[in-house]
Design a protein. Structure first.
Length: 128
């Protein structure tokens, strides 16, 4: 059983869990369409996808840096925008962003390449 299926059984709610590439707009649009098709509506988007690498700052390769921002920042933006467009057209909805934190200086010379700080303010303007 999938996590979404287990949660649906536990809560009695309709929950749709989907695999997708959050950084690809077509994938995000297909996911929103699939959720609406299966349930008749979309009420909430939970952005819980993310990647993070921990390594000395001078050893972070460009590709890894790009991957983190594509996934954590661009992906969150894309999913939020696609869902917000649906919400705006259908009377509202909620975007919940889940991210991890990292205490500065907890690991000297190690950079937590997460990108979370860059996305904390993304949903606000979409709600206005």
């Amino acid at each position: 059983m999938t996590a979404a299926g287990a949660l649906a059984d536990e809560t009695g709610r309709t929950i749709v869990g989907l695999g997708l590439d959050v950084a690809e707009r077509a994938s995000a649009e297909a996911a929103v369409a699939a959720a609406v098709e299966r349930t008749g509506r979309l009420d909430i988007l939970v952005n819980n996808a993310g990647v993070c690498f921990h390594r000395p700052a001078l050893e972070v390769p460009d590709e890894e840096w790009r991957q983190v921002f594509d996934f954590n920042v661009h992906g969150l933006w894309t999913m939020s925008q696609v869902a917000a467009r649906h919400f705006a057209a259908h009377g509202g909805g909620v975007v919940v962003n889940i991210g991890s934190g990292h205490r500065p200086n907890s690991r000297p010379k190690i950079i937590p390449v997460c990108g979370w700080r860059h996305v904390q303010g993304v949903p606000g303007p979409m709600a206005r």
